[in-house]
Design a protein around this ligand. Structure first.
Ligand code: SF4
Ligand code: SF4
Length: 367
């Protein structure tokens, strides 16, 4: 298993040959004939390219150009967590970037049931992803308050259509590893043939939404196995893959990526700012009920920034945010700490805060 690593910028004339070379190396001849090709970028929410929330338009363009050159009209699709698909395409600059190219752009709509394996069984996944002959997974290198990092495997959770996403957050409850297992199973089931991770302008801090901080890293990674790509990111950031819940879950379920050979020179990044989220449940078992209520980190709102736009309470799977109240009111007994609200807040008004009891338990300093 080889993971290709290249220094890169978004300059189209430089990026195009680089992406073409990566696609060739991953088996570009799979794209041709009558193959149905799905390009799945990270289109989380309407955000500008410089905010590093979505896959950069130049990366999406280069892959569409590659497909066109091979005589294929690909489908570019995703299921944004916030905002309409059209709005995300427009604000991100992807709509403009794809002008003049032959492709179809639309959101995932219908789902089909697919057995992803134990303990989940059959779950609903976007029909376009399930029926595609070839998936090109165009992920963004970002931090993630709940899952630590969102990389190639996590990007495939976007193939769960719109309103089903928070439903899964709810079902996984506050068990982060259960949610990680779900994501790993989806990645294993969809098996994209092409995985490209956009880390030219990555995101650190409290990602994956507007609270994250863009970070120039100037790197793109690619490989046929999304788990291997994610493992190599851990090497690049000097992280134990066990710290990334999705990779830990994959190993526990017995499908670890083989040790990847690296084609290229892997940067050594030792000062990447990871999100503050700590393990959800800790301490002795008999205290777990108390810990859930009083000691878990929790979402908090900065009322000066909040504009009462409603995105957070619309997505909250637990109904834990009272609509229309300023300052925003959370019901922390209901809140499952999925952090969907932080992910979708368009103004970066939400953050994770430690409780006093949590600080005492964990021995963390005041924020
Ligand atoms: S916290 Fe963010 S998403 Fe929620 S109402 Fe305020 S501005 Fe909107
Ligand atoms: S308040 Fe935020 S973190 Fe809590 S359940 Fe709702 S969306 Fe998830």
């Amino acid at each position: 298993m080889t993971v290709i690593v290249r220094n890169a910028t978004y300059e189209s004339d430089l990026l195009r040959p680089l992406i073409f070379g990566m696609m060739d190396a991953m088996g570009g001849d799979k794209i041709g004939g009558k193959s149905r090709v799905l390009i799945k970028p990270n289109l989380l929410s309407p955000a500008l390219p410089r905010q590093a929330v979505v896959t950069h338009p130049s990366v999406v363009r280069a892959v569409v150009e590659y497909c066109n050159q091979r005589g294929i009209r690909p489908l570019v699709a995703d299921s944004p967590a916030m905002g309409s698909f059209d709005l995300v395409l427009r604000v991100s600059g992807i709509r403009n970037a794809l002008r003049g190219l032959d492709c179809e752009c639309r959101p995932f709509e219908s789902s089909v049931r697919v057995d992803i394996g134990e303990p989940f069984g059959a779950i609903e996944i976007a029909e376009d992803a399930v029926r595609a002959d070839v998936i090109v997974n165009l992920a963004k290198l970002k931090t993630h308050s709940q899952m630590f990092l969102t990389l190639a495997v996590k990007n495939l959770f976007g193939c769960v259509v719109g309103y089903r996403k928070p439903e899964w957050h709810m079902r996984a409850g506050i068990d982060r590893q259960a949610f990680a297992r779900l994501i790993a199973r989806i990645g294993r089931t969809l098996r994209p043939a092409f995985n490209i991770l956009d880390g030219v302008l990555a995101m650190e801090g409290q990602g994956p939404g507007m609270r994250g901080v863009p970070r120039e890293m100037g790197v793109i990674l690619a490989g046929c196995d999304p788990f291997a790509v994610d493992q190599v990111v851990c090497r690049m950031l000097d992280l134990d893959p066990e710290q990334v819940p999705v990779l830990k879950a994959a190993r526990e379920m017995g499908f670890p990526a083989p040790e990847a050979q690296i084609d290229g020179s892997l940067p050594e990044i030792r000062d990447f700012h990871l999100p503050r989220a700590t393990s959800l449940i800790f301490g002795p078992k008999f205290l777990h009920g108390f810990i859930r209520r009083r000691a878990l980190q929790r979402p908090v709102c900065n009322p000066v920034i909040c504009r009462i736009c409603g995105e957070c309470w619309k997505i909250c799977p637990a109904g834990a945010i009272t609509p229309g109240q300023k300052p925003l009111r959370f019901d922390y007994d209901r809140c499952i700490r999925c952090y969907c609200c932080i992910e979708v807040c368009p103004f970066g008004a939400l953050d994770i805060a430690e409780t006093l009891v949590g600080r005492i338990f964990r021995g963390t300093p005041p924020q």
